[in-house]
Design a binder for this molecule. Structure first.
Ligand code: ADP
Length: 209
């Protein structure tokens, strides 16, 4: 949040002179206490100033941006991931396309017998195969998928920020959430750009997340 000029002045006054009463701040600014009321309300609600009865205003020292950063750093992939839509590596491309529609997802994760990650199929991977001159009913997905070890993954304990940065850097829509077991990556869930957008909306609505 951007503070207006008067709010910035109030913060400076409280920083230097706090604890200070609203009346005293008003005097410093040659304004009435009533005029300042909305600004003081904003500054206390956002946590920049603290108002103590019979003491006055003190500077808390944290700007919104650092509070938001702290909040974001506390959110992890495990709290926001969705269930993973996985398909077996021997599934045909035709069936994978049907699954994509039935599950209403943008990408599918391809797994082996022990649910270990072997590949990823995106919408465009499937479209590319569909416009090629191939028999989709015979073609297994493991021929067209992006395969391990080139898959970008994340873990439940990772911060949302780190996961979001991976999605942007790698220009992908989704990542499998995995845990390592006997040298294999087992798929636990998925983290997508939609998950990220939901977090953003929840933060904006100040839901207790
Ligand atoms: P689309 O291809 O529908 O735009 P993506 O941007 O997610 O969807 O995928 C782009 C390419 O990156 C595809 O070839 C896909 O197989 C691959 N891909 C998707 N997700 C991952 C991932 N987590 N790790 C590595 N490659 C991925």
């Amino acid at each position: 949040m951007q503070l207006n000029e008067r709010q910035q002045k109030i913060v400076e006054i409280v920083k230097e002179n706090g604890p200070i009463t609203g009346e005293q701040i008003a005097q410093e600014l040659s304004l009435t206490r009533a005029t300042l009321r909305p600004d003081l309300a904003i500054l206390t609600m956002t946590g920049i100033l603290e108002a103590r009865p019979r003491v006055g205003y003190t500077f808390v020292g944290k700007r919104n941006s650092s509070m938001l950063r702290e909040k974001l750093d506390s959110l992890t992939v495990g709290d926001f991931m969705s269930s993973a839509k996985v398909v077996r590596d021997e599934m045909t491309v035709y069936d994978a396309i049907v699954t994509l529609f039935l599950e209403d997802v943008g990408s599918l994760f391809v797994v082996g017998r022990d649910r270990e990650l072997v590949g990823v199929l995106s919408r465009k991977d499937l479209l590319r195969a569909a416009i090629g001159n191939q028999d989709l009913d015979q073609l297994p997905v493991n021929v067209i998928m992006t395969r391990m070890p080139n898959i970008t993954v994340c873990e439940k304990t990772e911060t949302l920020i780190r996961a979001g940065m991976k999605l942007i850097e790698k220009q992908i829509d989704a990542m499998p959430v995995v845990e390592e077991k006997d040298g294999k990556l087992i798929v636990l869930g998925r983290m997508t750009k939609t998950n990220m957008t939901k977090v953003l909306i929840a933060l904006a609505n100040d839901e207790s997340i």
